[in-house]
Design a binder for this molecule. Structure first.
Ligand code: C2O
Ligand code: CU
Ligand code: CU
Length: 566
């Protein structure tokens, strides 16, 4: 639930006018990358220091430059006084390397995932994913860019000189309290930050420039465009290039989503052109519109007092300066060839329904929200997906507000939004999609090609971070039903009685995952054990042969269990 914080109405952001140069994050590349999450302070307004967090710096973090095909180890150290996790949003990595809520980095600890970069050239990002604390840690500054390059992208004439004609721009909205500190989970996010800079300006050369836009806001949907309706071309979606540049004057960008655009500034030397959010044009039911709800009743406390909602506001001031020595001067005609999976070879269709946890007008807009009637539970696996499954996911939004849905592990192609083909600029690889309110639907197709692992699940969730923290999240495992079980080499866990007519007790466990399979290899149940002793109840299952898999960080055992009649 949103807290009413009317007494802290953010006056400070509205009075500050000084323009600040846009912070362009440093880059890190190579086989080993070190990130340290630390406390910082940023004097956003005059002499007031705002408490922040950042990776290797006061707020946000360096841009990680990766090449498809490279192997990389990222050492993530946490020197905050609280735990965190670090998730590579959009990257196709194993669930153990994904940095979801199960992969906690305690205070003073370092987590070092190593992985191969399998992703296509595009703009990705990283951010904390600690359950119930994601919004807080992202608000304080936990976020950074990942730029992946590949050979297909390198063949195209595109601006790609970082900080010269190719710029990452993370747009975030923030609320401040009376003492200049960030408000967490607020509807009074009245200040716009670009790359952690308030009232930012950026000098751009008078040529074709590339902007890598990220909506890093916790809730707010942006409707980006340029002052004077200057046209631009979108070239990439979340997970890759489009087939061809798509001409646009508006780009709706929802929390978690990225887009790369080309802007031709050749004829604009000396002018100032603002990047805007035309939020007056957002439809009802979108967070950021004048009315966040499509229903006549139901509102978010404080929402209507925020001057950004339903109005057009400046995001970033762009000043056009002289061109660089070898400028890109034209927009390419084509980019790559996307090859979506065929809908003729789909193994499974899954339905995910967004609902309020409690019905009634308030719940329809404010939440908490649940997926398929169930709030997030770290110990419950919501979906079990066979390795190599091609799937259609059908998302249905039975709430009064639009939600940006995100899935880990895979990129997808949108098939339909409210029964119609998606707009051309959404035909590339995606990992975030906005599902319209009041029965709105989205269908997408994807394939779960790699990384079977029944121990660590991947997440899918709403990327409005207060919704995610409040439980609008589920988890899935990808399992390989073709490989046989590891042979037990040590016996540490004892298990009795076996055969059993009902319950079976496991002893000698310690931080392990217990999974129950039937004789056909179908996963029936999974539990994360934290006690030395656990009971598994087979009462609900027919008599016959079962397998219990017990795995810890170091070892894995498999037991044949027989269920017999009483
Ligand atoms: Cu960007 Cu599960 O998150
Ligand atoms: Cu993600
Ligand atoms: Cu949501």
């Amino acid at each position: 639930m949103r807290k009413l914080m009317l007494f802290t109405l953010a006056i400070i952001p509205l009075m500050s006018i000084a323009q600040n140069p846009l912070l362009i994050p440093d880059t890190l590349s190579g086989r080993a990358i070190n990130l340290t999450l630390q406390n910082g302070q940023v004097p956003f307004y005059g002499g007031i220091n705002t408490q922040t967090i950042g990776y290797n710096q006061a707020i946000l973090g360096p841009t990680l430059m990766l090449n498809k095909g490279d192997s990389v180890t990222i050492n993530v150290s946490n020197i905050l006084a609280e735990p965190t996790t670090l998730h590579w949003h959009g990257l196709h990595v194993s669930s153990d390397n994904d940095g979801g809520p199960h992969t906690v980095i305690d205070t003073g600890k370092t987590w070092s995932p190593s992985f191969g970069v399998l992703d296509n050239a595009a703009t990705y990002w990283y951010h904390p994913h600690l359950h119930e604390h994601t919004e807080e840690q992202v608000t304080k500054g936990g976020a950074g860019f990942i730029i992946v390059r590949d050979n297909d992208e390198k063949k195209i004439i595109l601006p790609r000189t970082y900080g010269i004609d190719d710029f990452p721009i993370a747009v975030q909205s923030r609320g401040f309290d009376g003492s200049g500190q960030f408000l967490i989970n607020t509807a009074l996010d009245t200040a716009i930050l670009c790359n952690g800079t308030v009232n930012a300006f950026l000098d751009l050369p008078a040529q074709v420039v590339r902007l890598r836009l990220l909506n890093g806001a916790t809730e707010r949907v942006l409707n980006l465009g340029f002052q004077g309706n200057l046209g631009f071309h979108q070239i990439a979606t979340d997970g890759g290039l489009l087939d061809a540049p798509v001409p646009l004057t508006r780009l709706r960008l929802v929390p978690g989503e990225r887009a790369e655009i080309l802007v031709d500034l050749s004829t604009h030397l000396g002018s100032t052109i603002n990047l805007m959010s035309f939020s007056s044009e957002l439809p009802r039911g979108t967070y950021g519109a004048a009315n966040p709800s499509v229903m006549p009743v139901g509102s978010i406390p404080g929402y209507t007092m925020n001057p950004l909602n339903g109005s057009d506001f400046k995001v970033l001031q762009l000043q056009v300066i002289s061109s660089t020595p070898n400028p890109v001067t034209s927009i390419p005609a084509t980019l790559i060839v996307n090859a979506p999976w065929s809908t003729l070879n789909v193994d499974t269709t899954r339905n995910i329904t967004f609902q309020p946890a409690q019905m009634g007008p308030t719940g329809m807009v404010n939440g908490p929200f649940v997926l398929n009637g169930r709030g997030f539970d770290m110990g419950f696996i919501n979906q079990k997906i066979p390795l190599n499954n091609t799937e259609i996911w059908e998302l249905t939004n039975s709430t009064a507000i639009a939600h940006p849905f995100h899935i880990h592990d895979v990129q997808f192609y949108i098939l339909e939004i409210n029964g119609a083909a998606p707009p051309t600029n959404m035909l590339g690889k995606k990992d975030v999609v906005l599902v319209p309110p009041m029965g709105g639907t989205v269908r997408f197709i994807t394939k779960f090609e790699d990384f079977a692992n029944s121990n660590t699940p991947y997440m899918y969730h709403c990327h409005m971070l207060s919704h995610e923290d409040e439980g609008m999240m589920g988890q899935f495992i990808v399992f390989d039903n073709t490989t046989s079980v590891d042979a037990p080499n040590v016996t540490l866990v004892s298990l009795f009685p076996n055969p059993t007519s009902g319950k079976i007790t496991l002893k000698g466990l310690d931080q392990s995952t217990i999974k129950l399979f039937n004789a056909q290899g179908k996963l029936l149940r999974m539990r994360l054990a934290t006690n030395a002793e656990e009971e598994i109840n087979l009462n609900d299952y027919p008599d016959g042969v079962y397998f219990l898999h017990v795995s810890t960080a170091k070892a894995r055992w498999s037991y044949k269990v027989i269920k017999i009649a009483k």
